[in-house]
Design a protein around this ligand. Structure first.
Ligand code: TXA
Ligand code: MG
Length: 324
């Protein structure tokens, strides 16, 4: 798990040569390429199996570099960057000329983020430029939160995997539309709505999962192989046992309110006791159900406040209709 200076140098060299590097961030692992190299960016889409209309996030090492990448930084965006960078916040701003359209799926806006992870920071400093990095998983599946998840899912398709240990936050960054003076949340994530509102001094909108703002978004995303069914906490046991009796291999994500309840199912995992631990463990738990051979996961939604908003968003999308 120790990343050496020579690993960082090698990884930066891979990026300069147009290759792909998997890198740890505080949220999830990213699949990185030189943002200014359209051929390298194209390989990201190819390796992920992601539609090219689906825009990427450009990662930079320092908030001071923001003006090099975007056309205009509204006062509100500047304020949010000052407060939350480095950290799990992504700001959507007007695209600067340096950003190729391949990275933005043809949009005139670009998503920017300064990650808060020593390995990501070291790589971005050594490389010097911007790194486009979507989560390092196949399109539609669960984001990786360890280097092993990345290797299991992408294997040889990536030239270099930097192993920085398990990601601390565990869910992706919060994406904020900051093109205007009044921002809105496009995807809830590691920075909570409450944190943003405390800095802004007013409440902000969260666009609903059904409102498709970005081309190429599927309702089902962050999805394990097993089908996910969401029910009220008090219905989890009965729902799971009925499905198990019908012949399913059921995985149960047991809500805290019924912790310790006996369930006849294939695999039972208790929801971690704090919301931060839940976010940290969520994607690993979904992967574990797949590994243990579950074909159905029964879960319920947490309170949609704080990090619970991002967890509920990921669970809803995991339970959404699958593309046929
Ligand atoms: O935490 C994260 O954000 C991780 C780590 C690796 O940084 N990255 C990540 O990337 O989650 P990805 O590609 O899996 O999700 C980024 C999302 C896209 O699905 C898209 O919806 C949104 O960011 N996005 C990117 N550019 C955008 C734009 N110009 N306008 C609106 N949404 C955009
Ligand atoms: Mg992703």
């Amino acid at each position: 798990m120790t990343v050496t200076t020579s690993d960082i140098e090698k990884a930066a060299e891979v990026l300069r040569a147009g290759g792909l590097v998997a890198l740890p961030t505080e949220t999830v692992y990213g699949l990185g390429a030189n943002a200014e190299d359209p051929a390298a960016v194209a390989r990201i889409f190819q390796v992920k199996g992601r539609p090219p209309s689906h825009p990427l996030i450009v990662h930079i090492g320092d908030a001071k570099q923001l003006d090099d990448w975007v056309e205009e930084v509204p006062t509100t965006a500047r304020l949010l960057a000052e407060h939350f960078w480095p950290g799990p916040l992504t700001l959507v701003l007007r695209r600067g000329r340096r950003v190729p359209l391949e990275a933005t799926g043809g949009l005139q806006t670009v998503a920017m983020r300064v990650p808060d992870h020593p390995v990501a920071h070291a790589l971005l400093s050594a490389f010097g430029g911007g790194v486009t990095a979507p989560s390092a998983n196949r399109f539609g599946s669960v984001s990786p939160t360890t280097a092993d998840h990345v290797r299991a899912e992408l294997g040889d398709a990536v030239e270099f995997v930097l192993d920085g240990g398990a990601c601390t936050v565990g869910v992706e960054s919060t994406i904020v539309d900051a093109t205007g003076e009044i921002p809105s949340i496009l995807r809830p994530g590691g920075v909570t709505r409450e944190d943003l509102e405390a800095v802004l001094g007013y409440s902000i909108a969260v666009s609903s999962a059904s409102r498709v703002r970005v081309p190429g978004q599927h309702p089902s995303h962050y999805a394990p192989r097993a089908r996910v069914v969401l029910v009220e906490p008090e219905k989890v046991v009965i729902e799971a046992e009925q499905a198990q009796e019908l012949g399913h291999q059921v995985g149960v994500l047991l809500p805290t309110s019924i912790a310790g309840a006996a369930v006849k199912a294939h695999a039972v995992v208790a929801v971690p006791p704090s919301v931060a631990a839940y976010a940290h463990g969520l994607f690993g738990i979904l992967r574990e159900f797949d590994q243990r051979g579950c074909d159905l996961i029964v879960a319920s939604l947490p309170m949609e406040e704080g990090l619970g908003l991002a967890i509920a968003n990921r669970l809803r999308r995991a339970a959404g209709p699958r593309p046929s």
